[in-house]
Structures are given as C-alpha cells and as structure tokens.
Design a protein around this ligand. Structure first.
Ligand SMILES: Nc1ncnc2c1ncn2[C@@H]1O[C@H](COP(=O)(O)OP(=O)(O)OP(=O)(O)O)[C@@H](O)[C@H]1O
Ligand SMILES: [Mg+2]
Ligand SMILES: [Zn+2]
Length: 465
C-alpha cells in the first residue's frame, strides 16, 4: 500500500523539508512553507512527467552554427495591447503564464484571445474552474463563438495531454494551473508539488509538439495556494494582470519574457462585454481631472516605448496629533519621503507637522525617476494652496541637492504632450539644452531646481490673474 508522509514545501522556490521552518534555507524567504504529502519511499507510486509524455530523446552535443531553426513563428492575436506586451505575438512552442488577482479578468482575456485566434486556428481551452455552460455564458456575453474553439472541463493533466494528442490543436489554454493535478503524485491539486509538476509536464508538451500553451495562475496574498512563483522559472513568459477590481482599468505587464522586452504594458478597460483595448491611455487617465484645485500635477513616464501621462495628486493637511501620516499610492513610499526631505532642506517648504497623501490616478504605478518633479510640484501646490495650470506637464528626476536631472526620451515625451494638447512642458534645463527648440510648437520651460520649477508655475498664475 502507498504510505503517505508529511512534508513542507517552500512556495517560493519549491525547497522541501520534513519539518516546518520559518525561513527557507534555499531562497531566504520567510513564512513560505506549506504542508504537503508525499508517498513514502519504497511504497512509492510517485511518478514523474516522463510517464505520460515519454522520456526525452537523448540529446547530443552540437556546434551552435550547425543548429538549423525556422524563423521565430509568432501567432499574432490581433489584440494590439497584448501583442505588444508579448513582443509581437505568441511564440510557437512557448509557455506563457498569466497571473493575477481573483476576478481581475484572466479567463475573460483567454477567451478573447480564443475568439480572435479561432478564426484561423484550432484551440483547446481546458478549464478546471468552470463548467461548459458557464464558459458558454461568458463566451456569449463577450461575443465569442467558433467551431474551432474546443472546450474541455478537465482537471487531470493526463486527460489534457490525451486531448492534445487526439485533437492536435494549434494552441492550448489552461485555466487554471491550480485546478490541475497529476495522478502520479499524492498531494492535492493546488499544492506546490502539483503546480510544479503540472507546469513542467505542460512545458515539455509545448516544446515537444511545438504548440504554444497559455496557463492561468492565481496569486494568493497569504500563500495558502501555491503562488505561481515556483512556475516563473519554468515558463518562458510571465504576464501579470493588475488593477483595482473596483476600477475598470486593467494593466497587463510582462514580468519575464524570453522573446521580448519586459518594459511594455498593455492597458484594457473591463465592461460587461469583456476587455477593451485602451489605445490612448493618457486621454483616458486624464479624462476626469479636476480643474482649479490645488495639489495636482500631470506627469509623463515612459512605459516601454510609449509615453504615458498620468495625474499625480497630493493632499497636505495639518496633522491632528502625534507623528505626521505619510501615505503614497502608485509612487514609491521611500521616494516620497526623500522628496519631502529635499523640499524641506533645499527649497524651504516645510512638511514637518503635515500629513501628506500621494495618489496616482487610474491605478498606475509611476516607478520612473522622471515622475519626481510632478510629485514634488503636487506636494508644494497642495501645501501652498496654489493651483497648477491643468495644461502643464512636468517631468524630471530630482537629486538630493534639489537639482533637476535630465531624463531619457525627452523628445517623445514632448511630442506626445503636444499631441494631447498641453500648452507647456516643464523639464530639466539639462534636457532642454540638448533639444532643438524650433522643432516644437509647445512652450518649453527648462528649470535647474525644484524651487525654480515652482516659481515658474507661480509666475504664470500671477500673470493670469
Ligand atoms: N456582467 C458583467 N458586467 C460587467 N463586468 C462583468 C460582468 N461579469 C463579469 N464581469 C467582470 O469580469 C470579472 C471576472 O472576470 P474573469 O472571470 O475573467 O476573472 P478571472 O481573473 O478569471 O477570475 P477568477 O480568478 O475567479 O478565475 C469580474 O470581476 C467583473 O469585473
Ligand atoms: Mg477565471
Ligand atoms: Zn524557498
């Protein structure tokens, strides 16, 4: 008889130990061990992937110049925001992991990809989460219907492999990896061991049959279910679907990509008939901007190759009692603290007994130093209750001396600001010096320090009154 023994597995790296540990000796993470079971040796029925897909053929050593390959073949999905994030489409034989919080729209995304691709190719959609009728309902809601789209409500990975060899699809979707299990392993579906084994089985099949596979993985904050962390090393591409569930914008980001850049993001909007591409995110992100209110400034960051404009809001108010509160959403907390310190020391704006709140509208994260200037301006604007003209864009990195440092891609930022109808760009003097001013119709104001930037804004206010 098969005897089971208890083991603990690290959800980050898959390290196994017979005893629970607080810190993983392999990856150094804390609190990542999850209980699991394993067949005891001797009584073992533990089998590995080789059993269902056959052992790999013996590989030989070859000189790289003798290896022949076809050109990299990509399936273009026709969803531009997605194709760009993938680096131009889904690569044949690749494995893509789509992760994201519950209810963010992962299944919707898969089904929409199916809708586009099923016009030309055969797709196997394996869903361990939803019944056929549930899938049909969603498909109907988002308008997907095709004879080429095969759905399979399987949870056993063996069944999935059989279906792949029987149907020979051009592409396979698996929703989600946490519901899949391999019968050769004793532990239950969703455990780290199962997730790892099922992923590696799917990866082997993808490489062997040269079929792309897209796998959905749930992320769970408290780690009760094996996070897709352990899978990230196995797969080729990791996409993250982010956003506030209460807001309609969703951001698709690539965390790892063996076939493209990881800087690109795709922006979608969710409504009752599915996800829609947001072609001009800046317009959408700036659409509900308040006018004549202090504490807001428009920033420009580069995401991948695209300049994106976002509104930074700051609220500075007197602290009720005790230590001032500092919060920051969408902008690094420590960076905010640093900017506040610079403003106090170098520009003479004091936040000592003030609570400060920073928020970037639309759920966007500004993690480029170029966003510094707009955050600083929003802070000063709120502190001094001065309205910043809504047709001004500001970008630039702030140094510890309060100086403004030049940033990359200045031209494309300015061009985009012009296109969106802004009237003035405040940018580092160093960046301005490198430009040919005649190329632009928009007013360019170069400044050397934060203080100077705010004076430039203030002067304009006085003039317009
Ligand atoms: N009728 C509807 N109208 C508008 N939005 C809807 C409607 N039905 C579903 N949605 C949106 O779709 C989301 C669920 O999408 P989906 O099932 O693709 O998410 P998921 O990431 O696959 O979730 P799970 O983790 O549960 O599998 C909901 O959170 C909601 O935002
Ligand atoms: Mg789902
Ligand atoms: Zn670990």
């Amino acid at each position: 008889m098969e005897k089971l023994k208890k083991i603990f597995v690290c959800s980050e790296c898959g390290y196994e130990t017979p005893k629970w540990m607080g810190k993983c000796p392999e990856c150094g993470e804390w609190n990542t061990f999850i209980e699991d079971v394993r067949a005891e040796e001797g009584t073992s029925k533990q089998k590995t992937a080789g059993l269902i897909i056959g052992e790999p053929e013996a590989e030989t050593v070859t000189s790289i110049s003798d290896v022949c390959v076809d050109d990299e073949i990509r399936y273009v999905t026709g969803i531009d925001e997605l194709d760009r994030v993938l680096g131009g489409g889904i690569v044949k034989g690749s494995v893509t992991l789509l992760g994201g919080d519950p209810g963010i729209g992962k299944s919707t995304m898969l089904l929409q990809i199916c809708g586009k691709l099923s016009e030309k190719m055969k797709i196997l959609y394996v869903s361990g989460e939803e019944s056929k009728s549930q899938l049909k309902l969603r498909a109907k809601r988002i308008g997907v219907d095709s004879k080429n789209l095969l759905i399979a409500p399987y949870t056993d990975i063996g069944q999935v492999i059989n279906a792949i060899s029987a149907e020979k699809p051009d592409i396979v979707m698996v929703d989600s990896i946490q519901t899949m299990s391999f019968s050769g392993i004793a532990s239950s579906s969703g455990s780290v061991t199962q997730v790892k084994e099922c992923t590696s089985i799917l990866t082997k099949v993808a490489k062997k049959a040269n079929i792309p596979v897209i796998i959905v993985g749930h992320v769970n904050k408290d780690g009760a279910i094996a996070g897709p962390k352990v899978m990230e090393h196995i797969v080729d591409t990791v996409l993250h679907f982010e956003g506030e569930r209460t807001m309609s914008y969703r951001i698709l980001r690539s965390i790892k990509n063996r076939f493209g850049s990881t800087n690109e993001i795709g922006i979608f909007e969710m409504n009752e008939n599915g996800l829609h591409e947001v072609e001009n995110p800046s317009v959408a992100l700036l659409s509900e901007r308040p006018t004549n209110v202090s504490g807001t400034c428009v920033s420009c960051i580069i995401e991948g190759t695209r300049p994106i404009f976002a509104e930074v809001q700051a609220l500075v108010s007197k602290t009720g009692f005790g230590v001032p509160r500092r919060t920051s959403t969408g902008f690094d907390f420590n960076r905010t603290a640093l900017l506040i310190a610079v403003l106090e020391k170098r520009a003479g704006y004091y936040f000592g007994s003030m609570d400060t709140y920073i928020n970037v509208i639309g759920g966007l994260k500004l993690d480029e130093p170029a966003a510094d200037l707009s955050v600083a301006i929003a802070l000063i604007s709120s502190l001094t209750d001065t309205v910043v003209d809504s047709s001004i864009v500001a970008f630039g990195e702030i140094g510890l001396g309060g100086e403004l440092r030049s940033v990359s891609n200045t031209e494309s930022r300015i061009k985009e600001a012009e296109k969106l109808g802004f009237s003035e760009v405040i940018l580092p003097m160093q960046s301005l010096k490198k430009l040919r001013k005649d190329d632009y119709k928009i007013k360019l104001t170069g400044v050397a320090s934060v203080g100077e930037a705010f004076s430039a804004i203030r002067k304009k206010e006085v003039k317009s009154e």
